[in-house]
Structures are given as structure tokens and as C-alpha cells.
Design a protein around this ligand. Sequence first.
Ligand code: 5GP
Ligand code: MG
Length: 173
Amino acid sequence: MNERVLFTEKEISENLDKLANQIETYISTLPENEQDKIIFIGLLTGCIHFVSDLTKKVESDHKLAFMKASSYINNKRGSLTIDENIPTVKDHHVIVLDDICDSGNTLNAVVNKLLEHKPLSVKTCVLVNKILPEKSHTPDYTVFNINDVFIYGYGLDYDEYKRNLRDIRIKID
Ligand code: 5GP
Ligand code: MG
């Protein structure tokens, strides 16, 4: 397979340092008695390396949980399923972490589902955002913006493989 590295391991790590700083700044703007009521929720499976690397760089106290959301079947956009096991978010500021925001349907549905459980607030944060003319959700925090291409590596799959890559790649013909 011919492929090209789009974002290197070093670029990812350096940008996660910046994102962690931005998140710390956001947390510091919250009322003092709410600054430890933070829960990160990663959307499995693509988020694994992003969540692991980012949360290690965030020094303020926080909880960590996961939800399962899937929408891609054989590299094509498919129907969306979100599991019903919602972490306890009541009275917490939630920061949802996902690998990539494409149509925005996943994040839009996850945010709406979480809001039913009365959190103090919900923010969304993605490693990669695809720039599309119409999206149902735009993340609050984005590390990289890309055009409408299919990428894999660093948690993102290629037919369920390649999640182990340390960088993010794109297939070329
Ligand atoms: P959305 O609901 O925003 O259309 O899609 C979000 C989900 O689709 C992501 O969490 C991710 O699992 C999957 N996805 C979207 N674009 C890509 C891509 O370019 N590569 C891979 N591997 N997954 C993608
Ligand atoms: Mg996903």
C-alpha cells in the first residue's frame, strides 16, 4: 500500500502539549469549587492513544471514562450506534475526547445524550477535524484540521487495523 505520513509522532506530541495547556486554561476559568469536577470521556475505539497521551499531560485533577460510539463500516459512513452505558456526569464538567470529527453526527448525538444526564457543561475536543461545508457539530477544541480525506493510524483504523501506528497516515494511489 502506498501511503504518506500526514502528522508525525513528534508533531502530534508537540500539539498535545499545546492542547493540554488550553484545557488547563479553560479549567482555571471555572468556579474554584468546580475545578476538580472534570470528567474526560473518550469515545472508543479510535480515541485510545489520544486520550492516553493527552490526559497524562493535563495536571489538574480529573476523572476519566469511556463510551462506545461507532459509525464507520468498511471505510464508509454508516449508521450510528452509541452505547447506553453513560458514565456518571451529573454535576461535572464533561470534556468529550474523540479521534476525529467528520460529519459531526457522532459528537452531536453524544453531546445530546450526555446533556440528558445533567452535567454542569459539555465541551468537545478532537485530534482531527475534517473541514466540510456542512457539519452537525463543530468541536470546541481541535488539534489538526484536514480536508475530506480518509486517514488512519494513532488509534484511527483502516478496516480495524493500523490503530497501532505512532503517526497519522493517508493512502496515496
Ligand atoms: P462523524 O460522526 O463525525 O461523521 O464520524 C466520526 C467517527 O467516524 C470518528 O469518531 C471515526 O471513528 C470515524 N471516522 C471519520 N473519519 C474517519 C477517517 O478519516 N478515518 C478513520 N479511520 N475513521 C474515521
Ligand atoms: Mg470514533
